[in-house]
Design a protein around this ligand. Structure first.
Ligand code: KG4
Ligand code: ZN
Length: 331
């Protein structure tokens, strides 16, 4: 068995993370230092604060990942680091450290696309998983349907034309006075509400693209109108009805794409993959169609460095010393 040790480094947004992976699937450590409490009082991530916190945390986080893995830094064979998409200043912290370590240790450096990383979280949660499959990537910044025929072959079938699914969750939550990040809060509140109480419009986009800005405006209008008329709002019903509209839209498109492209494995990825209703909806739909359904364990859904190490391991292409951050990197 391959014993290559990959150190993964992730600093694209508000988590400072490092992980050590043996071979392609054996996770030896996965350390995540979250900045969420720091950004909460601002209602979202403040880029400069994120960069400054990464620079403070990155070395202790790497040290902890190395120690927890029970290895020495000099045992590491390669370093995989996120180079985009993400916040420029945040990405640069991880990149500078990764480049310096690779240079000092004289080991290869691998530049990883964060979105591809999210998909690879599934290989760690389900070691038996192999391509080909269809992946729905739903995060704070992206919503995309991707056909993966091989570890290094990604075909973008569709993506959001405006807000990402997670962004819509976060914005609605913010208006409802819920703390950042809003996705988990809406998820919790929705459990107490009636998902068919309010009929929000389903986004109407043909093909496999998505759009959530119209739905977001509809929910905001609903809340504003009720407030102006001084009518009581059942927040749990709003959360449940909004969540159902998003989840139904995501699930419908995913299942149609799986049928059209004859893919019987569906792989959920990204922070919104932690949504209990999305997971339940897709799981039930997959069972009915005899599709296999995969989604990462909760800790691997949101940003982490284990998924970056795993993506890096399978990538087999290396970066040179001029590697730079690409904040708006696509697939
Ligand atoms: O993948 P991720 O950690 O960061 C990005 O790459 O963007 O995703 C973060 C997003 C946030 O928008 C957050 O609200 C959302 O994932 N999220 C959820 C849940 N947990 C996290 N959205 C809905 N339900 C959840 N349980
Ligand atoms: Zn992410």
């Amino acid at each position: 068995m391959d014993k290559t040790l990959t150190l993964g480094i992730e600093t694209s947004c508000d988590e400072t993370a490092a992980a050590v992976l043996r071979g392609g699937r054996e996770l030896l450590s996965n350390v995540i230092s979250t900045q969420i409490p720091l950004h909460q009082k601002f209602g979202g991530v403040v880029p400069e604060i994120a960069s400054r916190k990464h620079i403070v945390n990155i070395m202790p986080v790497i040290d902890e990942a190395i120690n927890k893995a029970g290895v020495n830094l000099c045992d590491i064979n390669q370093i995989a680091v996120t180079f985009g998409p993400g916040l420029a200043g945040a990405l640069l912290v991880g990149l500078s450290v990764a480049k310096s370590l690779a240079y000092a240790l004289k080991i290869p450096l691998i530049a990883v696309n964060h979105l591809e990383g999210h998909i690879f979280a599934n290989f760690l949660s389900a070691p038996e998983l192999e391509p080909p499959f269809l992946s729905l990537v739903v995060s704070g910044g992206h919503t995309a349907l991707i056909k993966m025929t091989d570890y290094n072959s990604f075909e973008l079938l569709g993506q959001s034309r405006d807000d990402a699914a997670g962004e819509a969750f976060d914005k609605i939550a913010r208006v409802m006075g819920l703390p950042y990040p809003g996705g988990p809060e809406i998820d919790k509140l929705a459990k107490l509400g009636n998902p068919v109480a309010i009929n929000f419009p389903h986004p109407k986009v043909t093909g496999y693209d998505f759009s959530f800005s119209g739905l977001k405006s509809a929910v905001l209008n609903f809340l504003n109108t009720a407030q102006m008329k001084d009518e009581p709002i059942n927040s749990a019903d709003v959360a449940a009805s909004f969540q159902k509209t998003v989840v139904d839209t995501l699930a419908e498109k995913t299942l149609s794409a799986a049928e059209e492209f004859k893919l019987d494995k569906i792989v959920l990825a990204g922070g919104v993959a932690a949504n209990s209703s999305l997971e339940k909806n897709l799981r039930t739909a997959c069972q009915r169609r005899e599709f296999k359904f995969f989604y990462p364990t909760k800790i691997l859904c949101t940003d982490n460095a284990a998924m970056i190490a795993c993506r890096g391991y399978y990538q087999k292409t290396f970066a040179d010393s001029t590697l730079n951050a690409v904040p708006n990197l696509g697939l």
